[in-house]
Design a protein around this ligand. Sequence first.
Ligand SMILES: [Zn+2]
Length: 677
Amino acid sequence: MVKNRWIEAEARALAEAAGESEAEQALALVIHASRLIGADRDLVLHGGGNTSVKVKRPDLFGNLRDVIHVKGSGHDLAEITREGMPGLWLDELLPLRGLDRLQDEDMVNALRGAMLDASGPNPSIETLLHAFLPHRFVLHTHATAMIALADMPNAPEVIREIFGERMGVVPFFKPGFDLGRAAVGTFEENPEVEGLILLNHGHFAFGGSAREAYERLVEQTTAVEEWFAANRWPARVHSSPEPRRAVEVLPLLRGACGAVSAAHSGNRDAPMPVIDLRRSDEIDAFLMREDLDILADAGVATPDHVIRTKNWPVVLRPGDEIAAAVSAYAERYRSYFERNAARHPEDRTMLDPAPNVAWIPGLGIAGIGHDARAASQAADLAEQNIRAMAMAQGASGYRPVGEAQLFDMEYWSLEQAKLGRTRPELSGKVVIVTGGAGAIGLATAQAFAARGANVFLVDLSQEALDSALESLGEGHDGLALDITLDGAAASAVEAAVRRFGGVDILVSNAGAAWTGAIAELDDALLRKSFELNFFAHLAFSQATVAILRAQGRGGQLLFNVSKQSVNPGKNFGAYGLPKATTFFLVKQLALELGPEGIRANGINADRIRSGLLDDEFIAQRARARGIDEETYMAGNLLRREVEARHVAEGFVALALAERTTAHVLTVDGGNIEASLR
Ligand SMILES: [Zn+2]
């Protein structure tokens, strides 16, 4: 349920902090109302919705003119600031209403031309609607209950039943000039209305003050929520399906989407998407509905969602062949595109036809996107969508906008521009890093994250893991466990699959050094070292390969080997022996997995400040050689200390070297004795 978050004292303090200017105070208040709206996930999601305020400001000639501040495109209401609310001269926008038609590109150009600050962000696509309405404060949302209402076949009657004459009803138009004109037309038929419901789209509320507009928005949304609570028929459901495991479904789905993308783009190595799985009692109940297929075919609840979710989900029931289901989806999407593109005057280029949402009875619903953020946005919208579907279907039926209008929105040049941004080179690659909270592990995670990858850290210490994850920011995850335990690698890899849908790259990095003269070496100590420095590497590579095989699109295994694997140090046998075995493992994996496109490479690093080589140890070894610590750390051909970040860059370089396998890269500043052929 939406709630009223307005606190008058808080609003007054913000307005006062904005200074003496009435315009600045009004702007501060609309920003406040916008943030309150943004805080409510049942009102808006991910850049959805927009707000505006009309003020007076002097121009360069000292004339006081009307100005509208409206949300800038690409800004999110939850975090909006003054910079996200560009101002436009209202007297330059109002005459546009007299035009018979206005192309989208011309509209955007006219909006930009009317801006007070030419360097500001593009004003919202719904700016003209805000501008044409006379109210000082105008707020627009796509609240779950409102889109459910707007998608019912008898929406106008229900709106009248709930609101009487207080609410205007606007027929569906694509956002922009036509919608702006239709909305103000509806308002003018009855200037007493306190809000507008846009059929198949969303809701506008307005008022003379920010508080009035916001409270009307909340009150009107609440009235609709209450109507649905009182008008709810239980859905007929199937008995609950056998629960399924993410690891048995998502890698297949991910691989199938990757195959569709590869065929579409003509790039064999096209990246696979990230998958964000959601499960809850509400989702489980929805997926048991008898009318699931009907709803899956009905389409999205608001066209605002279509660029992130497409019009339909792919439905994957137990027993369905996943690759076949995904390719049938892509075929269906292609014919939808061809059917609708044919009636378009301008050429349109088909988007990647892979699904962006999956409904998986027995598992949950999944958002599918080019990286973790896009997948999470698709999942959020998919969740809101099923909630709206269930509400409408439980009352008088769910009838969203038809495919022709939907196509116009999906293939609208302005929306397409939002998607065309270039992505970082490792965007959406899922990378598991073991020992991920240590010096080399974290530096490696940071280096991959900086290139757009989504990282899953595995580390022994929960505390270290938490702080490492915090330093990485959003879009990454991890698990704390002892990787030498039986089954640990498999459960860590499975956790990464549950979180991101699969794996692309393993950086098997965790290690620890034990010392002792080889002639008297304790057997138990050597075995312990083998557990971590060899068997954990083997177990992680096996668990990862199982996922890579399910995805069927190659992948790679990277190992932190060690200079010790080829150049033994005195008393380091307990470390060098398993590392030498791991060196061999790289070659064995490369040999056996190459035909499947799975590469295996490693790094031999030496003398890096880390858990293995801490300050105390460095001091001790420098003393033993009679040199200072700095000289000791720079004891290589280049005479420069090698840092964790240099090893990290080595891993990234190997990840990007697409035709390199069975290779071990040396990152030690140069050491002739340890150099490979
Ligand atoms: Zn909208």
